[in-house]
Design a protein around this ligand. Structure first.
Ligand code: TLP
Length: 347
């Protein structure tokens, strides 16, 4: 039996953050209307601002990153086509088969070492569609969650876009953490989004909003996605109470993502050489640290007993994520607690 840990630091995800007092105030005071009629001024402001920052024509506020991806996938395609995506993609691994269930789409995964597919592998995966399902869409993820929060280089994202264009199919970015990619690359968000026809951007991850994502793209695509948002149950009526927090997240969140990245690096370095744990330091590029360890689920239980909450992301992978609700002291505590858990585990 372990004694109770002195405190608990939650590193399960950057989704666990609580809205700030300023967000709660803005939510209470938000100007609202019925967003299904396009009449919520706060939602419209959030959509316009996010689209502008991403360098796209229009935006659509949706309840989650999953819905942002799924309305985009449906709006870009017809039933019975293939969607090319990198291995480990969230749209394949963690969206409960929704592309198949909701839109009749079939995923075709391409290898993506470190989260980065080879454009030639994407070219090779394009199906002409005589006896096979034709390719209908290419998807990329930046940063790539399951590969370690890794950043896809701009040249690769552009080259894959060229492949998609040559094949005559649209190109979607799961940009749940595109702002993290922009921070790591030292470029504005619009540069990360430039090669894509649509991008789903999450406000409820590193930016700290309690709820919501914005899908951005050309007006016609966003109009079609609006239809699917309603079909999928995402017509939220007086959603300005949520968009008000989202506006603060978009205005103030990106500037502090560098702190999360610095803390993830510090955590990874502090854990270097911990017994039984391997860390690919080269993949610690944004706000995630992946530990490779035998029996990830068992180790997560051990970690919790030492005061750290983490997620197992596979049989041998434990993910630690830095976020807005942590400070340097929390990260130092977590580093020491993870090391102690690894020592207890190895003993
Ligand atoms: N990812 C969650 C889990 O589902 C794994 C997390 O804690 O990281 N795209 C990417 C790349 C994501 O990481 C996530 C969330 C989503 C889409 C979906 O966002 P939500 O949870 O808002 O539907």
């Amino acid at each position: 039996m372990h004694p109770a840990p002195p405190r608990t630091v939650d590193l399960r995800s950057d989704t666990v953050t609580k809205p700030s007092p300023a967000m709660r105030r803005a939510m209470a005071e938000a100007e609202v209307g019925d967003d299904v009629y396009g009449e919520d001024p706060t939602v419209l402001r959030l959509e316009a601002l996010t689209a502008e920052l991403a360098g796209k024509e229009a935006g659509l506020f949706v309840p989650s990153g999953t819905m942002g991806n799924q309305v985009a996938l449906a709006a870009h395609t017809t039933r019975g086509v293939e969607v090319i995506a990198p291995e480990g993609a969230h749209v394949y691994e963690y969206e409960l088969g929704s592309m198949a269930v909701l839109a009749g789409l079939m995923p075709r995964l391409v290898p993506a070492p470190g989260g980065v597919p080879d454009p030639e592998a994407v070219r090779g995966a394009v199906s002409p569609g005589r006896h096979q399902a034709p390719t209908g869409l290419v998807v990329l993820e930046n940063t790539h969650n399951k590969a370690g929060g890794t950043v896809v280089p701009l040249a690769v994202a552009t080259a894959i876009g060229d492949v998609a264009r040559a094949a005559g199919v649209p190109y979607h970015l799961d940009g749940a953490r595109a702002w993290n990619a922009a921070e790591a690359l030292g470029v504005p968000l619009a540069i990360v989004c430039a090669p894509f026809d649509s991008v789903s951007l999450c406000l409820s991850k590193g930016l700290g909003a309690p709820v919501g994502s914005v899908l951005v793209g050309a007006r016609a695509l966003i109009d079609e996605a609006h239809r699917y948002r309603k079909m999928y149950g995402g017509g939220m009526r007086q959603a300005g109470v949520l968009a008000a927090a989202g506006l603060i997240a978009v205005r103030e969140g990106p500037a502090r993502l560098g702190d999360d990245h610095r803390r993830a690096r510090a955590l990874a370095q502090a854990l270097d050489g911990a017994p039984g744990v391997a860390i690919d330091q080269g993949r610690v590029q944004t706000n995630m640290v992946y530990l490779e360890i035998a029996d990830a689920r068992g180790f997560v239980v051990e970690l919790e007993a030492h005061g750290v909450k983490a997620n197992a992301m596979g049989a041998r992978a434990v993910r630690l994520v830095t976020h807005l609700d942590l400070d340097d002291d929390d990260v130092a505590f977590a580093a020491q607690a993870v090391r102690a858990a690894a020592e207890a585990w190895a003993a």
